[in-house]
Ligand binder design. Structure first.
Ligand code: APR
Length: 180
């Protein structure tokens, strides 16, 4: 599995699946969530509402992941995951790693080959960027081998891009793509 870094907007990515940094309601929000729903159109929200009526009556729990249609996005699927809100001294690290592990498990079930992740929890949820990057890399590395050939981290600004590049530096085999 190849890991790549891209500086850009996750809704532009031509991949099989785009990962949404959602909240447990699955009914939209700001940041990545807002961008995906805005660009992806009403079909995504309709699919999320259906999930709330059926499997996730109380919402999607933190650290879990669920797929919907990609709507009008270039991607076929959106995989929604709910990151933990940063709140020391609680240690919610494994919830954050779980977002990446569980998303890859859902992706593998769909036969996804290429997938784009944002920096989950590193925005509104306040997770320190350097550790958000470290947990993302650890979470990806903890996932079982699968159909996924490329994991693309799509970072919205220089600070987060640099944090992910540092987190991957010791991992080797990383191709840093030009700005999207
Ligand atoms: N493409 C890529 N990255 C983006 C985009 C985008 N279009 N928009 C924002 N980001 C970046 C942010 O700069 C941050 O680095 O994604 C990272 C995650 O930020 P958030 O979207 O705020 O996600 P998160 O911190 O997990 O908070 C989730 O915010 O939008 C609400 O409904 C959402 O309640 C949920 C919470």
């Amino acid at each position: 599995m190849r890991i790549t870094l891209v500086r850009g907007d996750i809704t532009d990515q031509e991949v099989d699946a785009v990962v949404n940094a959602a909240n447990s309601s699955l009914l939209g929000g700001g940041g990545v969530d807002g961008a995906i729903h805005d660009r992806g159109g009403p079909a995504i929200l309709a699919a999320c509402k259906a999930l709330r009526r059926t499997g996730y009556v109380d919402g999607l729990p933190t650290g879990q992941a669920v797929a919907t249609t990609g709507g009008d996005l270039p991607a076929k699927w959106v995989i929604h995951t709910v990151g933990p809100v940063y709140s020391p001294p609680l240690d919610r690290t494994d919830f954050l790693r779980s977002c990446y592990r569980e998303t890859l498990r859902v992706a593998a079930d769909l036969g996804v080959r290429t997938i784009a992740f944002p920096a989950v929890s590193a925005g509104v949820y306040g997770w320190p960027v350097a550790d958000a990057a470290r947990q993302a890399v650890l979470g990806i590395r903890q996932a079982a081998p699968s159909s996924v050939e490329e994991v693309r981290f799509v970072l919205f600004n220089e600070e987060v891009f640099d944090a992910f590049r540092k987190a991957l530096d010791d991992g080797g085999g990383v191709r840093v793509s030009p700005d999207a």
